[in-house]
Design a protein around this ligand. Structure first.
Ligand SMILES: N[C@@H](CCC(=O)N[C@@H](CS)C(=O)NCC(=O)O)C(=O)O
Length: 55
């Protein structure tokens, strides 16, 4: 599983807390919301809602 995160955003923080509490190791990919990376076709293919967290 890949976890699509943005370290400054509140919604993916919930997922980060869950992952940490469970002691899981998950490949994390940082999405640059500030520069609109969530709107790029590559990320749209992962989540058509263009939001993080995604997996
Ligand atoms: N319902 C979603 C909402 C996620 C959401 O809105 N995430 C924000 C970051 S906190 C986002 O990706 N925004 C993208 C944007 O503003 O274009 C959830 O709670 O997981």
């Amino acid at each position: 599983m890949k976890f699509y995160d943005c370290s400054t955003a509140p919604s993916p923080r919930r997922a980060r807390i869950f992952i940490a509490e469970k002691g899981l190791e998950v490949e994390t990919i940082e999405i640059d919301l500030r520069n609109g990376e969530q709107m790029a076709p590559a990320f749209r293919a992962i989540n058509a809602n263009c939001t993080v967290p995604s997996a």
